[in-house]
Design a protein around this ligand. Structure first.
Ligand code: URP
Ligand code: ZN
Ligand code: ZN
Length: 463
Protein backbone atom coordinates (compact mmCIF):
# COMPACT_ATOMS: atom_id res chain seq x y z
CA UNK A 1 0.00 0.00 0.00
CA UNK A 2 1.13 3.63 -0.38
CA UNK A 3 0.51 6.31 -2.94
CA UNK A 4 2.42 7.18 -6.08
CA UNK A 5 2.62 10.81 -4.93
CA UNK A 6 1.55 12.84 -1.92
CA UNK A 7 1.28 16.62 -2.04
CA UNK A 8 1.56 17.68 1.60
CA UNK A 9 1.13 20.83 3.69
CA UNK A 10 -0.62 22.83 0.98
CA UNK A 11 -3.85 24.84 0.88
CA UNK A 12 -6.24 23.20 -1.56
CA UNK A 13 -8.27 25.72 -3.55
CA UNK A 14 -11.32 24.86 -5.65
CA UNK A 15 -14.04 27.08 -7.10
CA UNK A 16 -15.92 26.75 -3.81
CA UNK A 17 -13.47 25.88 -1.01
CA UNK A 18 -10.11 26.78 0.49
CA UNK A 19 -8.72 24.35 3.06
CA UNK A 20 -5.54 22.75 4.38
CA UNK A 21 -5.14 19.16 3.17
CA UNK A 22 -2.77 16.63 1.67
CA UNK A 23 -3.61 15.31 -1.78
CA UNK A 24 -2.80 11.68 -2.66
CA UNK A 25 -2.28 10.50 -6.23
CA UNK A 26 -2.18 7.00 -7.65
CA UNK A 27 -2.41 5.97 -11.30
CA UNK A 28 -2.65 9.61 -12.42
CA UNK A 29 -5.84 10.24 -10.39
CA UNK A 30 -6.53 11.93 -7.08
CA UNK A 31 -7.35 9.07 -4.69
CA UNK A 32 -7.50 10.79 -1.28
CA UNK A 33 -7.68 14.28 0.18
CA UNK A 34 -7.33 14.94 3.88
CA UNK A 35 -5.15 16.12 6.69
CA UNK A 36 -2.17 13.98 7.68
CA UNK A 37 -2.52 11.28 5.01
CA UNK A 38 -0.17 8.31 5.66
CA UNK A 39 3.21 8.58 3.94
CA UNK A 40 4.38 4.95 4.29
CA UNK A 41 5.49 3.39 0.99
CA UNK A 42 4.64 6.56 -0.92
CA UNK A 43 7.04 6.94 -3.83
CA UNK A 44 7.17 10.75 -3.99
CA UNK A 45 6.30 13.47 -1.48
CA UNK A 46 5.95 17.07 -2.69
CA UNK A 47 5.94 19.77 -0.02
CA UNK A 48 3.47 22.58 -0.80
CA UNK A 49 4.01 24.48 2.44
CA UNK A 50 2.89 28.09 2.22
CA UNK A 51 1.45 27.52 -1.23
CA UNK A 52 -1.85 26.77 -2.92
CA UNK A 53 -2.72 23.44 -4.53
CA UNK A 54 -4.87 24.40 -7.52
CA UNK A 55 -6.50 22.37 -10.28
CA UNK A 56 -4.43 22.66 -13.48
CA UNK A 57 -5.39 25.58 -15.68
CA UNK A 58 -7.58 25.01 -18.73
CA UNK A 59 -7.06 27.33 -21.70
CA UNK A 60 -9.99 26.84 -24.06
CA UNK A 61 -8.74 29.11 -26.86
CA UNK A 62 -5.35 28.47 -28.46
CA UNK A 63 -4.04 28.30 -32.03
CA UNK A 64 -0.97 26.06 -32.19
CA UNK A 65 0.63 25.22 -35.53
CA UNK A 66 -2.12 27.14 -37.31
CA UNK A 67 -1.72 28.36 -40.91
CA UNK A 68 -3.03 31.94 -40.93
CA UNK A 69 -2.32 35.20 -42.75
CA UNK A 70 0.19 33.63 -45.14
CA UNK A 71 2.28 32.01 -42.41
CA UNK A 72 1.92 29.55 -39.51
CA UNK A 73 1.62 30.31 -35.79
CA UNK A 74 5.05 29.99 -34.22
CA UNK A 75 4.31 27.50 -31.43
CA UNK A 76 3.53 23.91 -32.30
CA UNK A 77 1.92 21.43 -29.91
CA UNK A 78 5.24 20.67 -28.24
CA UNK A 79 6.49 24.21 -27.62
CA UNK A 80 2.98 25.52 -26.95
CA UNK A 81 1.96 22.92 -24.37
CA UNK A 82 5.40 23.20 -22.75
CA UNK A 83 5.05 26.97 -22.36
CA UNK A 84 1.48 26.49 -21.11
CA UNK A 85 2.72 24.04 -18.48
CA UNK A 86 5.33 26.52 -17.22
CA UNK A 87 2.40 28.84 -16.60
CA UNK A 88 0.26 26.25 -14.80
CA UNK A 89 -2.02 25.36 -17.71
CA UNK A 90 -2.35 21.59 -18.13
CA UNK A 91 -5.20 21.33 -20.63
CA UNK A 92 -5.72 23.17 -23.92
CA UNK A 93 -8.62 23.27 -26.30
CA UNK A 94 -7.23 24.20 -29.71
CA UNK A 95 -9.07 24.66 -33.03
CA UNK A 96 -9.19 22.17 -35.90
CA UNK A 97 -9.98 24.11 -39.07
CA UNK A 98 -12.32 22.77 -41.74
CA UNK A 99 -11.30 24.38 -45.02
CA UNK A 100 -13.79 24.86 -47.83
CA UNK A 101 -14.90 21.61 -49.42
CA UNK A 102 -13.46 19.47 -46.62
CA UNK A 103 -15.37 17.25 -44.23
CA UNK A 104 -15.37 18.19 -40.54
CA UNK A 105 -13.70 14.84 -39.86
CA UNK A 106 -10.76 15.82 -42.11
CA UNK A 107 -10.23 18.89 -39.94
CA UNK A 108 -10.20 16.76 -36.79
CA UNK A 109 -7.83 14.16 -38.28
CA UNK A 110 -5.44 16.86 -39.53
CA UNK A 111 -5.17 18.52 -36.14
CA UNK A 112 -4.85 15.16 -34.35
CA UNK A 113 -1.80 14.48 -36.52
CA UNK A 114 -0.29 17.80 -35.51
CA UNK A 115 -0.99 17.31 -31.80
CA UNK A 116 -0.68 13.66 -30.84
CA UNK A 117 3.08 13.15 -31.36
CA UNK A 118 3.94 16.50 -29.82
CA UNK A 119 1.58 17.53 -27.01
CA UNK A 120 3.17 17.39 -23.57
CA UNK A 121 -0.14 17.99 -21.78
CA UNK A 122 -3.70 16.87 -22.44
CA UNK A 123 -5.61 18.63 -25.22
CA UNK A 124 -8.93 18.72 -27.02
CA UNK A 125 -10.36 20.47 -30.07
CA UNK A 126 -13.13 22.75 -31.16
CA UNK A 127 -13.89 22.55 -34.88
CA UNK A 128 -13.82 25.77 -36.94
CA UNK A 129 -16.50 25.47 -39.61
CA UNK A 130 -15.94 27.54 -42.75
CA UNK A 131 -18.23 25.73 -45.17
CA UNK A 132 -21.53 24.14 -44.20
CA UNK A 133 -23.74 23.04 -47.09
CA UNK A 134 -26.87 21.22 -45.88
CA UNK A 135 -25.32 17.86 -46.76
CA UNK A 136 -22.59 18.42 -44.15
CA UNK A 137 -24.75 19.39 -41.19
CA UNK A 138 -25.01 15.76 -40.03
CA UNK A 139 -21.22 15.73 -39.64
CA UNK A 140 -21.60 18.01 -36.63
CA UNK A 141 -23.47 15.22 -34.88
CA UNK A 142 -20.67 12.74 -35.68
CA UNK A 143 -18.05 15.10 -34.30
CA UNK A 144 -19.97 15.64 -31.06
CA UNK A 145 -20.12 11.86 -30.68
CA UNK A 146 -16.35 11.67 -31.28
CA UNK A 147 -15.64 14.09 -28.43
CA UNK A 148 -15.59 17.42 -30.26
CA UNK A 149 -18.82 19.04 -29.03
CA UNK A 150 -17.99 22.68 -29.84
CA UNK A 151 -17.72 24.61 -33.08
CA UNK A 152 -16.21 28.00 -33.75
CA UNK A 153 -18.00 30.17 -36.30
CA UNK A 154 -16.83 33.53 -37.60
CA UNK A 155 -18.85 36.67 -38.27
CA UNK A 156 -15.60 38.32 -39.45
CA UNK A 157 -12.78 37.68 -41.97
CA UNK A 158 -14.92 37.77 -45.16
CA UNK A 159 -13.63 35.40 -47.84
CA UNK A 160 -11.62 33.39 -45.32
CA UNK A 161 -13.67 32.23 -42.34
CA UNK A 162 -16.85 34.36 -42.33
CA UNK A 163 -20.26 32.65 -42.50
CA UNK A 164 -23.58 34.29 -43.36
CA UNK A 165 -26.41 34.50 -40.83
CA UNK A 166 -28.44 31.70 -42.43
CA UNK A 167 -25.51 29.28 -42.18
CA UNK A 168 -24.82 30.35 -38.61
CA UNK A 169 -28.46 29.83 -37.73
CA UNK A 170 -28.48 26.34 -39.31
CA UNK A 171 -25.30 25.39 -37.45
CA UNK A 172 -26.75 26.62 -34.17
CA UNK A 173 -29.95 24.65 -34.70
CA UNK A 174 -27.97 21.52 -35.50
CA UNK A 175 -25.71 22.01 -32.49
CA UNK A 176 -28.61 22.52 -30.12
CA UNK A 177 -30.11 19.14 -31.08
CA UNK A 178 -26.97 17.18 -30.14
CA UNK A 179 -25.49 19.09 -27.20
CA UNK A 180 -23.09 21.10 -29.32
CA UNK A 181 -21.79 24.51 -28.24
CA UNK A 182 -21.25 27.34 -30.72
CA UNK A 183 -18.21 29.52 -30.03
CA UNK A 184 -18.61 32.79 -31.87
CA UNK A 185 -16.05 35.24 -33.21
CA UNK A 186 -18.37 38.22 -33.03
CA UNK A 187 -17.36 41.17 -35.19
CA UNK A 188 -19.26 42.57 -38.16
CA UNK A 189 -16.82 41.55 -40.88
CA UNK A 190 -18.69 43.19 -43.76
CA UNK A 191 -18.67 46.64 -42.18
CA UNK A 192 -15.07 46.30 -41.04
CA UNK A 193 -14.06 45.39 -44.59
CA UNK A 194 -15.55 48.65 -45.92
CA UNK A 195 -13.75 50.72 -43.26
CA UNK A 196 -10.46 48.89 -43.91
CA UNK A 197 -10.64 49.51 -47.68
CA UNK A 198 -11.28 53.20 -47.09
CA UNK A 199 -8.31 53.45 -44.69
CA UNK A 200 -5.98 51.81 -47.22
CA UNK A 201 -7.24 54.11 -49.98
CA UNK A 202 -6.33 57.06 -47.73
CA UNK A 203 -2.80 55.70 -47.29
CA UNK A 204 -3.35 54.63 -43.67
CA UNK A 205 -1.17 51.52 -43.57
CA UNK A 206 0.45 51.55 -40.09
CA UNK A 207 -0.35 48.79 -37.54
CA UNK A 208 -2.56 51.06 -35.44
CA UNK A 209 -5.09 51.21 -38.26
CA UNK A 210 -5.84 47.53 -37.62
CA UNK A 211 -7.45 48.68 -34.37
CA UNK A 212 -8.90 51.93 -35.69
CA UNK A 213 -10.78 50.12 -38.47
CA UNK A 214 -12.49 47.65 -36.10
CA UNK A 215 -14.83 49.72 -33.91
CA UNK A 216 -16.31 48.44 -30.66
CA UNK A 217 -19.76 48.89 -32.22
CA UNK A 218 -18.86 46.25 -34.82
CA UNK A 219 -18.14 43.82 -31.99
CA UNK A 220 -21.25 44.78 -30.02
CA UNK A 221 -23.52 44.49 -33.06
CA UNK A 222 -22.20 41.03 -33.92
CA UNK A 223 -22.41 39.90 -30.29
CA UNK A 224 -26.03 41.02 -30.16
CA UNK A 225 -26.79 39.31 -33.49
CA UNK A 226 -25.08 36.08 -32.38
CA UNK A 227 -27.19 36.07 -29.24
CA UNK A 228 -30.38 36.71 -31.22
CA UNK A 229 -29.56 33.94 -33.70
CA UNK A 230 -28.85 31.54 -30.83
CA UNK A 231 -32.08 32.49 -29.10
CA UNK A 232 -34.06 31.79 -32.29
CA UNK A 233 -32.19 28.50 -32.79
CA UNK A 234 -32.67 27.51 -29.15
CA UNK A 235 -28.94 26.97 -28.71
CA UNK A 236 -26.31 28.07 -26.19
CA UNK A 237 -23.64 30.44 -27.46
CA UNK A 238 -20.17 31.23 -26.17
CA UNK A 239 -18.65 34.54 -27.26
CA UNK A 240 -14.89 34.21 -27.69
CA UNK A 241 -12.23 36.86 -27.01
CA UNK A 242 -14.66 39.59 -25.88
CA UNK A 243 -12.68 42.82 -25.80
CA UNK A 244 -14.91 45.77 -24.90
CA UNK A 245 -17.66 47.07 -22.67
CA UNK A 246 -20.09 47.50 -25.59
CA UNK A 247 -20.09 43.73 -26.26
CA UNK A 248 -20.05 42.93 -22.54
CA UNK A 249 -23.30 44.87 -22.12
CA UNK A 250 -24.96 42.64 -24.74
CA UNK A 251 -23.83 39.51 -22.92
CA UNK A 252 -24.94 40.87 -19.57
CA UNK A 253 -28.42 41.74 -20.89
CA UNK A 254 -28.82 38.26 -22.41
CA UNK A 255 -27.73 36.52 -19.22
CA UNK A 256 -30.07 38.72 -17.19
CA UNK A 257 -32.85 37.35 -19.41
CA UNK A 258 -31.74 33.83 -18.48
CA UNK A 259 -30.35 32.86 -21.88
CA UNK A 260 -27.53 30.26 -22.03
CA UNK A 261 -25.00 32.86 -23.16
CA UNK A 262 -21.37 32.70 -22.01
CA UNK A 263 -18.31 34.78 -22.78
CA UNK A 264 -14.57 34.77 -22.30
CA UNK A 265 -12.07 37.57 -22.28
CA UNK A 266 -8.27 37.34 -22.53
CA UNK A 267 -5.39 38.89 -20.53
CA UNK A 268 -4.41 41.24 -23.37
CA UNK A 269 -7.76 43.05 -23.09
CA UNK A 270 -7.31 43.34 -19.31
CA UNK A 271 -3.72 44.63 -19.36
CA UNK A 272 -3.11 46.35 -22.70
CA UNK A 273 -4.81 49.19 -24.59
CA UNK A 274 -4.77 50.84 -28.00
CA UNK A 275 -2.07 53.18 -26.65
CA UNK A 276 0.36 50.24 -26.80
CA UNK A 277 0.00 50.35 -30.56
CA UNK A 278 1.78 53.73 -30.56
CA UNK A 279 5.05 51.87 -29.95
CA UNK A 280 7.85 53.28 -32.17
CA UNK A 281 8.35 52.23 -35.79
CA UNK A 282 6.53 49.05 -36.71
CA UNK A 283 6.43 47.75 -33.08
CA UNK A 284 2.66 48.29 -32.91
CA UNK A 285 2.39 45.13 -35.04
CA UNK A 286 3.13 43.11 -31.89
CA UNK A 287 -0.40 44.00 -30.77
CA UNK A 288 -2.23 43.24 -34.01
CA UNK A 289 -4.89 40.70 -33.17
CA UNK A 290 -8.62 40.50 -33.50
CA UNK A 291 -10.70 41.95 -31.89
CA UNK A 292 -8.15 44.71 -31.40
CA UNK A 293 -6.99 46.51 -28.29
CA UNK A 294 -9.45 49.10 -27.01
CA UNK A 295 -9.29 52.35 -25.04
CA UNK A 296 -7.94 51.82 -21.53
CA UNK A 297 -11.23 52.42 -19.69
CA UNK A 298 -12.63 49.13 -21.04
CA UNK A 299 -10.14 47.19 -18.89
CA UNK A 300 -11.80 47.93 -15.57
CA UNK A 301 -15.22 47.09 -17.06
CA UNK A 302 -13.89 43.68 -18.07
CA UNK A 303 -12.37 43.03 -14.62
CA UNK A 304 -15.75 43.91 -13.10
CA UNK A 305 -17.44 41.60 -15.62
CA UNK A 306 -15.19 38.76 -14.44
CA UNK A 307 -15.98 39.49 -10.82
CA UNK A 308 -19.74 39.68 -11.37
CA UNK A 309 -19.95 36.62 -13.66
CA UNK A 310 -21.00 38.57 -16.73
CA UNK A 311 -17.82 36.97 -18.11
CA UNK A 312 -17.24 33.34 -17.14
CA UNK A 313 -13.84 32.37 -18.54
CA UNK A 314 -10.37 33.76 -19.20
CA UNK A 315 -8.62 32.14 -22.17
CA UNK A 316 -5.60 33.41 -24.09
CA UNK A 317 -6.40 33.25 -27.84
CA UNK A 318 -2.69 32.34 -28.02
CA UNK A 319 -1.80 32.77 -31.69
CA UNK A 320 1.91 33.69 -31.77
CA UNK A 321 3.75 35.16 -34.74
CA UNK A 322 7.35 36.31 -34.50
CA UNK A 323 7.96 40.02 -35.00
CA UNK A 324 10.81 39.26 -37.40
CA UNK A 325 9.66 37.81 -40.70
CA UNK A 326 6.10 37.03 -39.61
CA UNK A 327 4.62 40.31 -38.30
CA UNK A 328 6.96 42.02 -40.79
CA UNK A 329 4.88 40.60 -43.64
CA UNK A 330 2.65 43.62 -43.05
CA UNK A 331 5.32 46.33 -42.94
CA UNK A 332 3.68 48.34 -45.70
CA UNK A 333 0.06 47.30 -45.13
CA UNK A 334 -1.55 46.52 -41.76
CA UNK A 335 -3.98 44.07 -43.40
CA UNK A 336 -1.01 41.79 -44.18
CA UNK A 337 0.16 41.57 -40.55
CA UNK A 338 -0.73 38.05 -39.34
CA UNK A 339 -3.38 38.49 -36.64
CA UNK A 340 -2.59 37.06 -33.23
CA UNK A 341 -0.51 37.42 -30.10
CA UNK A 342 1.35 35.13 -27.70
CA UNK A 343 -0.12 34.60 -24.23
CA UNK A 344 -0.40 30.90 -23.37
CA UNK A 345 2.27 31.04 -20.66
CA UNK A 346 1.16 33.89 -18.42
CA UNK A 347 -2.63 33.63 -18.18
CA UNK A 348 -2.73 32.13 -14.68
CA UNK A 349 -0.26 34.59 -13.16
CA UNK A 350 -1.74 37.63 -14.89
CA UNK A 351 -5.25 36.78 -13.71
CA UNK A 352 -4.16 35.83 -10.19
CA UNK A 353 -2.09 38.99 -9.96
CA UNK A 354 -4.64 41.42 -11.37
CA UNK A 355 -7.63 39.62 -9.88
CA UNK A 356 -6.70 38.17 -6.50
CA UNK A 357 -3.50 39.98 -5.47
CA UNK A 358 -5.09 43.33 -6.43
CA UNK A 359 -8.21 42.47 -4.37
CA UNK A 360 -10.69 42.42 -7.25
CA UNK A 361 -11.97 38.86 -6.56
CA UNK A 362 -11.33 35.78 -4.45
CA UNK A 363 -8.88 32.96 -5.12
CA UNK A 364 -11.92 30.68 -5.59
CA UNK A 365 -13.28 32.94 -8.33
CA UNK A 366 -9.83 32.84 -9.93
CA UNK A 367 -9.94 29.01 -10.01
CA UNK A 368 -13.46 29.16 -11.42
CA UNK A 369 -12.39 31.49 -14.25
CA UNK A 370 -9.23 29.71 -15.34
CA UNK A 371 -10.12 26.08 -14.72
CA UNK A 372 -13.52 25.03 -13.34
CA UNK A 373 -15.93 26.90 -15.59
CA UNK A 374 -13.93 26.16 -18.74
CA UNK A 375 -14.16 22.46 -17.77
CA UNK A 376 -17.89 22.70 -17.09
CA UNK A 377 -18.85 24.58 -20.25
CA UNK A 378 -16.69 22.42 -22.50
CA UNK A 379 -17.48 18.94 -21.21
CA UNK A 380 -14.35 18.16 -19.20
CA UNK A 381 -15.73 18.37 -15.67
CA UNK A 382 -15.05 16.66 -13.22
CA UNK A 383 -12.21 14.82 -14.95
CA UNK A 384 -10.55 18.24 -15.17
CA UNK A 385 -11.18 21.56 -13.48
CA UNK A 386 -11.21 20.64 -9.79
CA UNK A 387 -9.31 18.97 -6.96
CA UNK A 388 -11.54 16.03 -6.07
CA UNK A 389 -11.27 12.29 -5.56
CA UNK A 390 -11.48 10.61 -8.96
CA UNK A 391 -10.36 13.67 -10.92
CA UNK A 392 -7.17 13.64 -12.98
CA UNK A 393 -4.22 14.73 -10.88
CA UNK A 394 -3.53 17.86 -12.92
CA UNK A 395 -2.31 20.08 -10.11
CA UNK A 396 -0.43 23.31 -9.67
CA UNK A 397 1.55 24.11 -6.55
CA UNK A 398 1.20 27.86 -6.78
CA UNK A 399 3.14 30.41 -4.75
CA UNK A 400 0.79 33.36 -4.21
CA UNK A 401 3.64 35.63 -3.11
CA UNK A 402 6.34 34.93 -5.68
CA UNK A 403 6.88 37.84 -8.05
CA UNK A 404 8.06 37.58 -11.61
CA UNK A 405 8.70 40.15 -14.32
CA UNK A 406 7.48 38.85 -17.67
CA UNK A 407 10.04 39.03 -20.46
CA UNK A 408 10.93 37.49 -23.79
CA UNK A 409 14.32 36.77 -22.17
CA UNK A 410 12.82 34.21 -19.80
CA UNK A 411 9.58 33.01 -21.38
CA UNK A 412 9.21 29.57 -22.97
CA UNK A 413 6.98 30.45 -25.94
CA UNK A 414 8.69 30.13 -29.34
CA UNK A 415 8.23 33.75 -30.25
CA UNK A 416 10.64 36.68 -30.28
CA UNK A 417 8.68 39.18 -28.18
CA UNK A 418 6.32 39.33 -25.22
CA UNK A 419 3.07 41.27 -25.28
CA UNK A 420 3.45 41.71 -21.52
CA UNK A 421 7.16 42.66 -21.47
CA UNK A 422 8.11 44.32 -18.18
CA UNK A 423 4.86 43.60 -16.31
CA UNK A 424 5.55 42.25 -12.82
CA UNK A 425 3.05 39.65 -11.61
CA UNK A 426 2.48 38.41 -8.08
CA UNK A 427 1.71 34.67 -7.94
CA UNK A 428 3.59 31.98 -9.89
CA UNK A 429 3.35 28.22 -10.37
CA UNK A 430 6.26 26.36 -8.72
CA UNK A 431 5.44 22.73 -9.52
CA UNK A 432 2.99 21.47 -12.14
CA UNK A 433 1.63 17.94 -12.45
CA UNK A 434 -0.14 16.42 -15.41
CA UNK A 435 -2.06 13.22 -14.54
CA UNK A 436 0.19 12.77 -11.51
CA UNK A 437 3.51 13.31 -13.32
CA UNK A 438 5.61 16.32 -12.37
CA UNK A 439 6.13 18.13 -15.68
CA UNK A 440 7.42 21.44 -14.35
CA UNK A 441 9.60 21.85 -11.29
CA UNK A 442 10.75 25.45 -10.95
CA UNK A 443 12.61 26.27 -14.13
CA UNK A 444 13.02 22.61 -15.17
CA UNK A 445 10.72 20.96 -17.69
CA UNK A 446 10.23 17.24 -17.06
CA UNK A 447 7.41 16.49 -19.45
CA UNK A 448 7.80 14.84 -22.82
CA UNK A 449 6.44 15.22 -26.31
CA UNK A 450 3.56 12.87 -27.03
CA UNK A 451 2.69 12.29 -23.36
CA UNK A 452 -0.45 14.42 -23.62
CA UNK A 453 -3.75 12.63 -24.26
CA UNK A 454 -6.58 13.69 -26.54
CA UNK A 455 -9.61 14.39 -24.35
CA UNK A 456 -12.94 13.20 -25.66
CA UNK A 457 -15.30 15.79 -24.26
CA UNK A 458 -18.94 15.29 -23.33
CA UNK A 459 -21.79 17.22 -24.92
CA UNK A 460 -23.07 20.46 -23.36
CA UNK A 461 -25.88 19.88 -20.92
CA UNK A 462 -26.18 23.24 -19.17
CA UNK A 463 -23.88 24.88 -16.62
O1 URP B 1 -6.14 37.71 -33.96
C1 URP B 1 -6.54 36.62 -33.62
N1 URP B 1 -7.42 36.55 -32.66
N2 URP B 1 -6.08 35.50 -34.22
C2 URP B 1 -6.53 34.20 -34.03
C3 URP B 1 -7.79 33.90 -34.79
C4 URP B 1 -9.03 34.32 -34.05
O2 URP B 1 -9.82 35.06 -34.58
O3 URP B 1 -9.22 33.87 -32.92
ZN1 ZN C 1 -11.56 34.70 -33.33
ZN1 ZN D 1 -8.64 32.73 -31.64
Amino acid sequence: MGFDTLVVNGIVVTATDTYAADVAITGGKIVAIGEGLPRENTKQVLDAKGRYVLPGGIDVHTHLDMPFGGTTSADDFETGTRAAAFGGTTTLIDFAIQYKGQSLRTAFDTWMQKASPKATTDYAFHCIITDLPDARIGEMNDLVRDGVPSFKLFMAYPGVFMLDDATIFKAMRAASKVGGMICMHAENGGVIDVIVKQALAEGKTAPKYHALTRPTTAEAEATSRAIALAEMAGSPVYIVHLSCNDALEKVREARDRGLPVYAETCPQYLYLSIEDMDAPGFEGAKYVFTPPLREKWHQEKLWTGLKQDHLQVVSTDHCPFCFKEQKELGKDDFTKIPNGGPGIEHRMSLIYSGGVAKGRFSVNRFVELVSTTPARIFGLYPQKGTVAIGSDADLVIFDPKRQHTISVKTHHMRVDYSMFEGITVTGMPDIVLSRGRVIVDGDKFQGKAGAGNFLKRTAYSGV
